[in-house]
Design a protein around this ligand. Sequence first.
Ligand code: CUA
Length: 347
Amino acid sequence: MARLPDKGVNIELFAYNLIAYLQTQVPALPEHRVANIFKPLATPAAWESSLGWFVIAVTAGIFLVVGGLIVFTVFRFRRRLGDDTHQEPPQVYGSNQIEVAWTVIPILIVFILIGVTARVIASVENASPPKQELKVRVIGHQWWWEVVYPDYGVVTANEIHVPATRDGTMATYLQLQSADVIHSFWVPQLSGKTDLIPNRDNYMWIDPREPGVYLGNCAEYCGTQHANMLLRVIAQEPADFRKWIADQQKPAVQDAGAAQQQAMYRSLACVNCHTIRGTKSLGKFGPDLTHLMDRQTIGAGVLPNDAKNLRTWVNDPQDPKPGCFMPSMKLTDQELAQVVEYLQTLK
Ligand code: CUA
């Protein structure tokens, strides 16, 4: 696997810290930051990152040559004391050799960049899958991600659990679709961006090399809450992943102690938009809530998933996420408390 050169480290760190600092200057921004795009941790991201550094090196070389010649010319041919200001400087009417050189060299450079880029794109797209692969379908919605594991009958949202292997013996293949407008799937440390386009299937693959949480974003403007269409890839050791998927396959927990709370939830319009597997709540418009409490965030990354935030969210989603398609149900305090208590049983 191609790796970043060590010499780049200081520039990377500086750029990342600068971005992170600028992000802290935006008061309303959620905790979710843009991940360090200079630290690839999967094969496609590493290939693309090497290509990025190559292009930066070539263009930096061009910048130095052109900028250097300009600076040299400005100093070498500046006006000096004793110059006759009434006389025109000597006029040069060009040189065929120089004209040919500065036409041919840029063309060669452009062809080199096209060739190298095409090679990286082709090797990412044509890479043959490792023996073990996981299929995941990701469907972009305004403004959240539906995540389907077709081989396991599991549906979740906004957080994609996948196995991580240090030797790349396992990869996750993503089928990307959209339910409404064009979105773009981007988890910088795993791969470049790929659009999710209505009535079209796009594909990409990732093979995280380290367990951990990889932050991602929607990278194509898709409406009011585009910036809050946040995404997490949670890479786990294969054994942990198998345990997670087995837990997800179970229907929702039926907590006998929360029967009243469940009845309250069932009596409300929530059931028209949300699915809780194993109950009569079968709506498809919003995120599947079967194992809601397994998720780290709510509202596609807008709030950490805890009791207080769940209450804030159910009370009026327009407050943390103005413009989102979940309305305030105008619940009384008691209704709200019971719904939140029920949701918290969905482990
Ligand atoms: Cu979805 Cu931007």
